[in-house]
Design a binder for this molecule. Sequence first.
Ligand code: TMP
Length: 208
Amino acid sequence: MTGSFIVMDGVEGCGKSTQIKLLAEALRAENYEVTVTHEPGGTPVSERVRELLLDPQYPEMTSLTEVMLFCASRAQHCEQVIRPALQAGRMVVCDRFASATCAYQGYAGSLGLELVDSVNRIATGGLEPDLLFVLDLDPAVGLRRKFGDDEASGDRIEEKSLGFHRQVREGFLEYARLRPERSVVIDADANADDIHAAIIQCVSERLG
Ligand code: TMP
């Protein structure tokens, strides 16, 4: 594969969308061909799976069912979008990936990292990001950024307790600790331009 695969992940409200937009603009300004995509979703099949996953109608959905569905969405996404883009030499910038399943379902959902890692490997065929940015933030700050005082406006996963989201944060930090050569933890409680500058510096140092 000739392109590079960059993933941006983190707790709710950590600022991924802003940073992905800024990074894609910066890469395009340097004449890179960039594919911006996201999970769950990124293909018609994966978007249908996303609707089911996030539908607040199903509070009974178990963590294991979630893993299977997130990974079904991911398998289709890898096959139909990410691998072809990398093979065409494009830079792929993806909002969430396998790291999110480890943090949300494996760590906070208590399934354990080993099980989630093995399902992730089947879904991705071993494809891993060249660089993962974990935008690290206190989830209380992130949830407030995202919803203000309106506690009832989230989707099925966003609506989980603050304790759950604190575990998710720990899950991301653990995931990055276990993969230091591919992961960078960025303090997301800074202003967007400073975060962007830190990201650009890492991309040029690590990917050249
Ligand atoms: P988004 O809000 O970043 O689009 O992500 C949708 C929700 O799905 C968000 O609450 C995080 C959650 N999620 C998981 O729980 N596991 C996963 O593997 C992924 C990709 C997302």
